[in-house]
Design a protein around this ligand. Structure first.
Ligand code: SR1
Ligand code: MG
Length: 418
């Protein structure tokens, strides 16, 4: 029986040199492979391996949280969930995730396509780069993966078998339940807001009963509303881009949860990028165009998601929920449209809530965002973070009274001028 052993740039060629798929993709002579470890996430090792014929990514889970160290064990099986999520996402929205070459469950290794010249979306946004296609691509990805993984599309036996497969991703769900929904709202051990200038606002948020009740209501949805297979960690660090292409990576947090969760997390990261822009402005080079682009992109993602979800509702509704026999067979098209509007409205309200909570945890919790963390001047950084915290509170607490993303845009623009 094989035993898990972490790879290193030095050991990788000898360890994987006999793998026929890798040899075919990269080149047969592993002694000539060049290996660089490029992992900058919180959990895993990521290597770029280049040979005579080409290159591939080798991603390996570690038995602990890389960000914290061996004191925080984390099971290798997350790699199994990531692999299975990638397979499903690839079938549900072809071309939007990297091609998978090979999976080894014991060594927790996924070998996949090396995306080049792609860069991490978060990095591009920090650099002030406006990507023309991401709004539409990401809106479609969310609608297609979330609709097609739900009871609106899947037959019940298949969906329940898949829920059982992903039900064991307990430890990663536990991270989200604690780090996202609870820790930011009390003085949890792992919290580390990096701007003491925020202390008064942080104290205010931690004493905010309405906010804490909403955070727990959203945690309840996260843990109990098993609607669809979510990516589980869909932030701008989980997206790779060029001007022409968008790819979604890293679904190791995949779980059955609310349709709204991925969309909310994703939009939160665009709102945070919006508020971080002033921290990255230098000299006379303002970022007004970038700010407008980010707010436009948020609206494009949401409108594309809505339109595609509605399209799939009308053309692919084959699951147990709102079956066509209930409406269309009886000539009652309006009934199906009424149900669609109710479902979309619920997704919208929940999405705003999840977005608000995600904005808080990235500033108050353990896992921060480079958007804010790379702002060197502590006062500028705190100013940006303060605005994001305020918008986050507004979204979480007032989500039932915010009628459209145009209203959120107006609030974000007002906060930006503060
Ligand atoms: C301990 S893991 C912290 C965070 O990193 C991942 O990317 C997830 O966002 C998680 O919450
Ligand atoms: Mg990740």
């Amino acid at each position: 029986t094989q035993v898990f052993a972490a790879l290193s740039a030095e050991t990788l060629p000898a360890r994987l040199g006999g793998n026929t798929i890798l040899k075919e993709k990269i080149g047969g002579d592993s002694a000539r492979w060049q290996v660089t470890e490029v992992g900058d996430g919180n959990l895993n090792l990521v290597f770029i391996v280049t040979g005579d014929k080409g290159a591939a990514i080798v991603k390996q889970a570690l038995p602990y949280v890389r960000l914290v160290g061996e004191s925080w064990p984390l099971p290798l099986k997350r790699s199994y969930f990531e692999y299975h999520a990638l397979v499903r996402q690839s079938a549900r929205d072809p071309g939007m995730v990297p091609e998978i070459f090979f999976f080894d469950a014991v060594q927790a290794i996924i070998v996949m396509e090396y995306l080049t010249p792609h860069v991490i979306l978060r990095r591009a946004l920090i650099d002030g780069r406006a990507l023309p296609k991401i709004g539409r691509d990401l809106g479609l990805f969310c609608a297609r993966t979330l609709f097609r993984g739900s009871d609106l599309s899947m037959v019940t036996r298949e969906k329940k078998a898949d829920m059982a497969l992903f039900a064991d991703n307990v430890e990663l769900c536990d991270i989200t339940e604690n780090l996202v929904f609870s820790d930011p709202y009390f003085e949890a051990k792992l919290n580390r807001h990096t701007s003491p200038q925020l202390d008064p606002l942080v104290a205010e948020l931690r004493a905010d009963r309405d906010l804490k009740v909403e955070a727990q209501r959203l945690k309840h949805l996260f843990s109990a509303k098993a609607e669809t297979l979510c990516h589980g960690d869909l932030h701008t660090g989980s997206v790779m881009v060029t001007d022409e292409e968008t790819r979604v990576i890293d679904p190791e947090f995949a779980f059955y949860g609310p349709i709204s969760f991925d969309v909310g997390m994703l939009l939160a990261n665009f709102w945070m990028s919006y508020f971080a822009q002033s921290g990255h402005e230098s000299g006379s080079a303002g970022r007004d165009d970038m700010r407008a682009y980010l707010l436009d992109t948020i609206e494009t993602i949401w409108e594309t998601f809505r339109a595609e979800f509605a399209h799939l509702w009308r053309s692919e509704r084959a699951g147990i929920l709102y079956p066509a026999s209930l409406f269309e067979d009886r000539g009652d098209l309006l009934g199906a449209e009424q149900a669609l509007n109710i479902v979309l409205d619920e997704i919208y309200r929940e999405m705003l809530g999840f977005a608000g909570i995600e904005m808080h945890r990235r500033i108050l919790g353990l896992a921060h965002n480079a958007d804010f963390e790379t702002i060197a001047d502590p006062d500028r950084r705190a100013t940006c973070e303060r605005k994001a915290l305020k918008l986050g509170r507004h979204l979480a607490v007032n989500r039932h009274r915010i009628h459209s993303l145009k209203d959120v845009r107006a609030t974000a623009e007002r906060l930006e001028k503060e």
